[in-house]
Write a protein that binds this ligand. Structure first.
Ligand code: ATP
Ligand code: MG
Length: 435
């Protein structure tokens, strides 16, 4: 296993002082899988005080739990071998105990693929068959899965995250234990849940298919969406599959786009009606979806910006794409959308359409037309006050308008210039306002 210089040096410093030390966890897993690790963690028999005495520059990152950051070329987290016990709240161990045996340290780790250590002299230490599980492509708990999830319920989400990230499946026993313990997830903070789901949406949204039960306390609509068929020429999948395919289709990992797509059709199950000919309709689902999205984002404490933008994108995800100036005016000027929000809406719209049936996908041609017109307009047509050759001061100095009237006049100028860009000239606009 290739180890960078600063990692080798740190191992050697610990070894020369008489301590055991290994690289451990994600980096060993990545190495076995033939991937380049994104960082290196070290574990050692040295106690935190002993590490501080040994290295010149350190930060006591998580000293109580044995973790010291050693400042080398790159900061390196070095943690004393430890075991954990008495997980009272299904999340944090009440006690960590420092131990001298690497295998005890490995046994407290979550999954076999994460429970391997490596030293350049002795090779890989793999007491739980992590290498075999990597070959089998399975995520399997170290030890008894039920106990491990009861100790720390976050591991249930981590199991799904590693499946999504590595394209692994869950070992049967681990999966059964997870399903049995699903209700313990309520002990995990909403921020942690949100962050794990966020990563899963980036790695592989299809993983969510297997998480509907786990997430039910927060998003009961996922189960409903999975049972909600869509008899319609526009669709060839149930609502959940459509949603996940839409997320999959995103060419960007922008979180506002991914979460909009993830939430955009959750209003459908509640809005479904079936016509006498047997066709399904989902009238008003964007508005219902917007309310559901708001609720989820509030309970999972999303950043304010996302709580603001995502409901808007959900509400208008199904809106007109008639390629005309009037439609563009409606979005950018009447609704006051920023260029950035409009870009996100265009991606959302396209991904939604890509997840339709071949018939539904024909609408993409119209979206292309709309987008081409919009891009042309962006260059030629003023869309914000900033694009105007007149400003509030000009109106104040040249006319009798005051206060809110100034904004009204600017709005009138913007509308005029949007439809007639040749009018965007300071003198002509002053004449227009004076009319
Ligand atoms: P990544 O490459 O995504 O960072 P990682 O394996 O390094 O993956 P981390 O969350 O950085 O994952 O954790 C580092 C190591 O600490 C893991 O490999 C695992 O051995 C251990 N670990 C982390 N969280 C837990 C947990 N909740 N329970 C048990 N062991 C854990
Ligand atoms: Mg890591």
């Amino acid at each position: 296993m290739y180890l960078p210089d600063y990692v080798m040096k740190t191992l050697k410093t610990l070894n020369d002082a008489g301590y055991e030390a290994y690289v451990v966890g994600g980096c060993v897993r990545d190495y076995v899988m033939g991937k380049k690790p994104n960082d290196y963690d070290i574990c050692t028999s040295a106690l935190p005080d002993e590490m501080e005495a040994l290295f010149e520059r350190t930060i006591p990152t998580g000293k109580k739990h044995g973790t010291i950051t050693v400042l080398t070329e790159e900061p390196l987290e070095v943690t004393t071998f430890r075991k954990e016990s008495d997980y009272e709240d299904h999340r944090h161990p009440d006690r960590v105990e420092f131990v001298s045996d690497i295998e005890i340290d490995l046994s407290r780790r979550d999954f076999t693929i994460n429970a391997m250590a490596y030293h350049p002299d002795t090779g890989i230490i793999d007491p739980f068959d992590g290498q075999k599980d990597i070959k089998r492509k399975v995520v399997r708990c170290v030890g008894d899965a039920r106990t491990r999830f009861e100790e720390d319920a976050l591991r249930m989400l981590r199991a799904h995250r590693f499946c999504a990230k590595l394209a692994f499946t869950m070992d049967v026993e681990t999966r059964d234990a997870l399903n049995m313990n699903a209700d313990l997830l309520k002990y995990v903070s909403v921020e942690r849940i949100r962050d794990e789901v966020n990563q899963i949406l980036k790695y592989n949204p299809w993983q969510i298919k297997e998480m509907t039960k786990l997430l039910e306390p927060w998003i009961p609509e996922l189960e409903l969406a999975d049972k909600c068929e869509q008899v319609s020429p526009w669709h060839n999948m149930n609502v959940l599959d459509h949603i996940l395919k839409a997320v999959m289709s995103s060419p960007v990992k922008d979180e506002t786009v991914l979460w909009t797509l993830f939430l955009h059709d959750l209003g459908k199950p509640a809005c479904k009606t079936t016509s006498t000919e047997g066709r399904d309709h989902f009238y008003a689902h964007p508005l219902v979806g917007k309310m559901i999205g708001k609720r989820i984002m509030r309970q999972w404490k999303f950043p304010a910006r996302m709580q603001h933008d995502i409901p808007i994108l959900i509400e208008y995800h199904d809106d007109s794409i008639h390629p005309s100036l009037k439609t563009i005016y409606k979005y950018r000027i009447k609704r006051g959308w920023s260029e950035e929000l409009m870009e996100k809406w265009l991606i959302v719209r396209r991904c939604d359409l890509l997840a339709h049936s071949p018939t539904g996908q024909q609408t993409i041609l119209k979206l292309n037309e709309f987008e081409a017109l919009y891009r042309k307009c962006l260059k030629e047509h003023p869309m914000t006050y900033k694009d105007l050759k007149i400003n509030g001061k000009d109106i104040l100095e040249n006319t009798e308008y005051r206060g809110s009237e100034i904004k009204e006049q600017l709005d009138a100028c913007l509308t005029l210039c949007f439809y007639q860009p040749e009018m965007n000239d300071r003198d002509r606009l002053i004449q227009f306002v004076k009319r």
